[in-house]
Design a protein around this ligand. Structure first.
Ligand code: 6YU
Length: 497
């Protein structure tokens, strides 16, 4: 193996960029990124809604504080609003943001008093906290978060809501359905019945009030890319095969082959493709195939869909202080987070909207959130069909028959062939071992003469910041560091720093 090894990184999302950055800085000269599309950034993707800059993919820096490398970089590049930089903002430890100011509408066209829904909102938030306390210790009462929440609500409601009249009680249960849909978006899962109860608590939050990039998340990518040597990324070059463990060739034990047949010999390959892509293509991508324990972890971890539907209006139909709009279906007191007939009623899965703020920057614009198979179906519809469904929905819930959106823009992450969904979540039966298996390099035995042939980075390989940009970034750094320490242990002076 050469002392200045050839390293190929598959994918130019934030994890691939982070790995390249670190390796180049450490003095590795033969680093190359192969990217399937014509752009860098992957799931960090900024778009336009009329004159406004909006995020098609990642939205917030989750936990913007000193421990978050994405926050530190964004601050260094001058990409954040002054409020995000204040010590008070960084010190807020509320798991993202304090409860948003809601406006709640129901399917019979009534604006509900948010205070009347507090019993359901409080019970749901308590149950979410409890769901994250099981930590794969075994003995969880239910295999998935959905069943746990439903059964607990039933028990607690019988006791705590026994004096409520039937209508009020039924409405509380409909609110629980809405909250389940919100949580599907947070987790990027089809249903909370697919999210493992034992592993739900693996996800960790950082302090700091979640913040956005006023000029777009892609500004982070542009800044990082400008610090890499020109020509390091080859675009429009989808990788089709990774041939590893090539025992005949002592030099370059890995061969990466692209869709167009071009081949790249390498000592190490860092694979950063999304888990959705890996689930779909692992059997053709790797030769020899992935070891069984790794494959099982790829299968056990979840990867669903969460999409956004941006909608702009001439004037607001929500209160000035409103931060989130919930749409509560009055026929959903069975605590459901999946619709029975996806084609006919996919729109019922949209939990509502977050309000884009400040108004001076975004005008009167909302971001609708929809997860699951319903979201995947929405992607197949024309923009006109989506606009029609959204317009009808808003008119019904507000009771205002003339509200008309000015513009609509939606994401389509499931049908993106290089992503195949949005982000990962711990599936049923998942444990920390699965996340460890995800990041384990190949070949698995350290005693091999040619170790670290295939390394794995990307959000789904971070043990507790999965599903986030900072998790993806840290995973890229981790795999670069693995190679850097490998080479410093076999040849302390090479490569030069
Ligand atoms: C965050 C946020 N956020 C909303 C939506 C989405 C995501 N995330 P990449 O995919 O970027 O790169 C891989 C590259 O590989 C890519 O360029 C491909 O083209 C390429 N590729 C694929 N196949 C290839 C091949 N064969 N050959 C060559 N190249 C190939 N994260 O921090 N804040 O607000 C959101 C959100 C709609 C879709 C997000 C958010 C997730 C991040 O976007 C994502 O993790 C990283 O960008 C991934 O980078 P990467 O490099 O790994 O892959 C309790 C509990 C709950 C736990 N969940 C908590 C919720 C936290 C998540 N929240 C997210 C919410 C939003 C709104």
């Amino acid at each position: 193996m050469s002392s200045d090894p050839k390293i190929v990184i598959v994918g130019c999302g934030i994890s691939g960029i982070a790995a390249a950055h670190r390796l180049v800085k450490a003095g590795f000269h033969h680093v190359r990124i192969l990217e399937a599309t014509a752009r860098s950034g992957g799931r960090i993707k900024t778009g336009r809604l009329g004159d406004s800059i909006v995020e098609i993919g990642a939205n917030w820096i989750h936990g913007p504080s000193e421990g978050n490398p994405v926050f530190c970089l964004a601050r260094q590049y001058g990409l954040l609003d002054p409020e995000a930089l204040t010590p008070e903002n960084q010190a807020m430890d509320v798991g993202g943001h304090p409860p948003w100011v809601p406006n709640v509408f129901s399917s019979s066209g009534r604006k509900l008093n948010a205070e009347d829904l507090q019993p359901a909102l409080e019970m749901f938030s308590e149950l979410l906290c409890e769901s994250s306390e099981f930590h794969s210790q075994g003995g969880e009462p239910w295999p998935n978060v959905g069943d746990f929440i439903r059964s607990e609500v039933q028990q607690r409601a019988a006791e705590m809501w026994k004096d409520m009249d039937a209508n009020t009680r039924s409405l509380q249960l409909c609110v629980i359905s809405n909250m389940l849909k919100v949580e599907c978006c947070v987790n990027g899962s089809h249903s909370l019945d697919e999210v493992g109860l034992g592993a739900f608590g693996l996800y960790k939050t950082l302090p700091g009030l979640d913040c956005t990039f006023p000029g777009g998340y892609e500004g982070l990518i542009k800044n990082l890319m400008s610090e890499l040597p020109g020509g390091l990324v080859t675009y429009n070059r989808p990788v089709r095969f990774v041939h590893w463990n090539n025992t005949e060739k002592r030099e370059n034990p890995v061969m990466v082959e692209c869709d167009d047949g071009e081949k790249f010999a390498a000592d190490h390959v860092i694979v950063t493709v999304p888990l959705g892509y890996l689930k779909k293509h692992h059997s053709t991508l790797f030769h020899p195939p992935l070891p069984l324990h790794k494959l099982h972890s790829v299968q056990r971890l979840g990867f669903g869909t969460n999409n956004k539907i941006y909608v702009e209006f001439d004037s607001p139909w929500w209160d000035q202080d409103c931060e989130v709009i919930y749409f509560v279906w009055e026929d959903e007191d069975a605590m459901v987070d999946q619709v029975p007939d996806v084609q006919g009623s996919w729109i019922k899965k949209l939990f509502g909207f977050t309000v884009l703020k400040p108004t001076e920057r975004y005008g009167h614009a909302l971001c609708g959130w929809i997860a699951g198979h319903e979201s995947e179906y929405m992607e197949t519809l024309s923009e006109q069909e989506v606009t029609h469904a959204i317009t009808q929905l808003i008119r019904r819930f507000t009771g205002n028959p003339i509200i008309t959106p000015r513009r609509v823009l939606r994401s389509q992450w499931f049908h993106d062939p290089w992503t195949c969904g949005s982000y990962s979540y711990p599936g049923k039966g998942c444990s920390v071992q699965d996340l460890e298996n995800m990041m384990e390099p190949l070949p698995v035995k350290e005693s091999q003469s040619q170790p670290l042939q295939v390394l794995f980075a990307g959000e789904a390989t971070h043990p507790y910041y999965y599903s986030t940009v900072h998790g993806a970034f840290l995973s890229g750094c981790r795999e670069a560091d693995r190679l850097i320490s490998h080479y410093s242990s076999i040849s302390p002076s090479q490569p030069a720093k």
